[in-house]
Design a protein around this ligand. Structure first.
Ligand code: RIB
Ligand code: CA
Length: 322
């Protein structure tokens, strides 16, 4: 079954890997990429998206739309300390390539409302664009086939603070709006899921290095900066919640355990802003999301390896990629 999807992304590191999956997995039809303020500088994110498109030979085939360049209410918070520039220093001369004129929020609304019930959205950055679309168009949420959100933690540790995961921390008001908007939501949380089942340690990184294709080398480059940060904070490898979010949409068999939860986002407290309160059904709260609790980590790793093994011809020279 081919999934027609839009990737809403703050393109850095694993966002680029998620883009590889969305571009190269035969079960995906990537309709558009919408950019949202998150990991690194907005223009850098846009460059990273086009660089990834070029690395797969798909430059010019998927429209890229610029979305919200800052959160709904708060100032943008960077994760450049984690990701560096997001692509390990690789660069590309975009030449005549550039984003569409249509704003990302308008593109989300147009594509979804022109194809009611057919478009999945995979949101792997702060939820600013998705929230804006839900507020701007009353039919948007019900016309989205499903919304996969990488964000939050399921009664577990945060990453940018003890309480909050980065995507929900950057724009907690947007996250709160999205969880109240009536989408059919699946959540891929940071903890415990990503830390348990989507970290590639030294052995797996060695396996990827031996694939020795342009995309395997691309992977190693985009993940290098984040690996250094992860190991510095006690995570024994590279983290892949974004690419897992695309993977579980395309291959639901990857999911070993999931349950219905009521998810609410803290927006009032500075200490716990962005905290995701995930109630597991015993607090008399109406469920509003399905939260994934466990996936087959080996099968997920095998899927990434198959993507990285794809023989592609980069469309233009990528400086820093041998
Ligand atoms: O907390 C992890 C999430 O924040 C990932 O989507 C990563 O790309 C950053 O956006
Ligand atoms: Ca991301």
């Amino acid at each position: 079954m081919t999934r027609r999807l839009i990737l809403d992304t703050d393109t850095a590191q694993d966002d680029c890997v998620a883009l590889l999956v969305a571009l190269l997995d035969s079960r995906a039809s990537l309709e558009a990429i919408t950019m949202v303020a998150g990991n690194v500088g907005f223009d850098r994110q846009v460059h990273n998206a086009f660089l990834t498109l070029a690395a797969t030979g798909h430059l010019g085939e998927v429209p890229v739309h610029l979305g919200c360049e800052r959160p709904l209410v708060r100032e943008w918070v960077s994760a450049e300390n984690v990701h560096g520039d997001g692509v390990g220093g690789m660069s590309i001369d975009l030449g005549d390539c550039g984003p569409e004129a249509e704003h990302g929020v308008d593109a989300l609304i147009r594509i979804v409302n022109d194809n009611p019930g057919e478009i999945d959205i995979v949101a792997i950055g702060p939820l600013t664009n998705v929230a804006m679309a839900a507020v701007k168009d009353a039919d948007f949420a019900k016309n989205v086939r499903s919304l996969v959100i990488m964000g939050g933690s399921n009664n577990g540790r945060g990453n940018i603070t003890a309480a909050a995961e980065f995507n929900f921390y950057v724009d907690p008001e947007a996250a709160a709006t999205v969880f109240a908007a009536g989408f059919d939501i699946t959540v891929v949380p940071w903890a415990p899921l990503t830390l348990n089942d989507a970290v590639f340690g030294a052995d797996r990184l060695e396996q990827i290095a031996t694939i020795d294709t342009p995309l395997a080398r691309f992977f190693m480059k985009v993940c290098a900066a984040t690996l250094e940060f992860d190991e510095a904070v006690g995570i024994p490898g590279t983290t892949h919640p974004d690419s897992l979010s695309v993977a579980v949409l395309l291959d639901p068999e990857l999911v070993i355990a999931a349950a219905d939860y009521n998810v609410q986002i803290e927006t009032g407290s500075e200490l716990t802003r962005g905290y995701s309160a995930m109630s597991w059904g015993v607090h008399d709260l109406e469920p509003n999301a399905r939260v994934i609790e466990a996936v087959d980590g080996q099968a997920f790793f095998d899927l990434i390896c198959s993507i990285l093994s794809t023989e592609v011809s980069p469309q233009r020279a990528i400086a820093g990629l041998q």
